[in-house]
Each structure stands twice: as C-alpha cells, then as structure tokens.
Design a protein around this ligand. Sequence first.
Ligand SMILES: [Zn+2]
Length: 247
Amino acid sequence: MDIIIHRSSNHPYDHKLATFKYYINRMVILPITEQAAKQEWEKIIAMAHNNGFPEQTVQKLRKKLRNKRDRPMGTQQPQQCKKRWINFTYYGPAIRKVTNLFRQTNLQIAFRPTNTIYQQLSQKGTTNNNPSGIFQLKCNTCKEVYVGQSGKTITTRYKEHIRYIRHNNPTSAYAMHILNNRHEFGPAEETLKLLKTCTKGKRTNCWEALYMHIHHKRSTLISEQQVNDTNPLFDLAYIPRDLQHIP
Ligand SMILES: [Zn+2]
C-alpha cells in the first residue's frame, strides 16, 4: 500500500487524499487493539512520507475522522435536499474559482482529470484490423478523395457513407460528390484507405486537417469537401514516407 497519487501530481487534492481518508477511517472505526492501530498508523505515516505528504496532513485527517466517529449519533449534519452531481474537468487548482460559484446551488461538483498517465497510455477499443482514425474514400470515377475521421472503426464509417449514397442523401461531402456527379464508388477494399490510426481527441482534428491539406495541395481532394483549416504550418509538416504516395 505504498504507492499512491503523489502530492506533486496535478490531480484534484481530494483525490490525492482519498487513500489516506480510507486507511485512516478504517484504522479509526475498526475495533482493533491499540498495538495494531499503532502499527497501522506507522504504515500510514510511511506512506505519506514516501508520497510527498507532510505528516501534518494525515494527523489533521486523523483528528477529523476521530471527531466524526466520537460525535454522538443524531448530531451528524442533516442531509440537505438531494444534490445533483456534475462533472468538471480538472486542469489545476485554479478551476476551483469556477466551481466555487456553484457552492450555493443544488449542484455537487466532482472533478475528473482527463490527462492522467493511464489515459495517455491506454488505447481504447480498436485493433489493427479495424481501427478508428483518419481515412480516405476514393471516387472510382475521377479518383479524387474525401478525407474523414471516425471515432468508430473506419469500416463502420465507410458503410455509413455508402448508406447515404444509397438513400440519395447528400449528408456527407463524399455522398454529395458521388450523387451530384453521378460518379461511382467501389467496395471497401478499393475505396477505403486508412491514413492514420488515432482515437477520438483533439489531435484527430489536426491530423484530419493535415491530410485534407495534402490532398488539397495535390488537387486530389474532392471539390465538395471544404478546407477550413489552412494552417501555414502544414506546409512545413514532415510527411512520413508512407504517405508521400497517397492516394
Ligand atoms: Zn468523382
């Protein structure tokens, strides 16, 4: 029980204290011998020490939890009318300036960090056979391409585009291109190509814009697709070798 969220990490402070709260509360409320409680306390102090927390912090917490234990039943604060929990993304302590504004309301704030090492390292849900990410759809007639992104697998997204065409629904730029020009699309093996595996997130839009830019520059992007992001930095971007000969 030695490694917990380190005090220096950018997690909400409550999250960092949660482990101590749990262990100290367990020590305080369980009917154990004084000796056992002392041993437990030493472990908790060591854990605080190893993870950057001053001893004072856990001492304060112990005092608070003991007081809570010793308070006679019935004097606990009455549960106020049911509060609704809402999530706030935690960026750093400054976010409390915003959430404090909700103190007088019926809303209870829960913080959720979105940039933990676990989140950075874990890739959700996709396999190499059927990934999500940036893809292109080629027109079989004029060989121009549409660039798209998908949080679902790209095959699923391909099928959706084909459904638009079949239902005469020019919702997507690709469907519009095929329908308006009476051009042809092919099966996924011919038409669909993965350009970049990535999971949904901020970077996805950037990758998508880069690929659109590449095709636009080569005049291989279908005219129905609008290039909104004309970031001059894209001209400087290093294009990996395997992309140099798309489509
Ligand atoms: Zn075409």
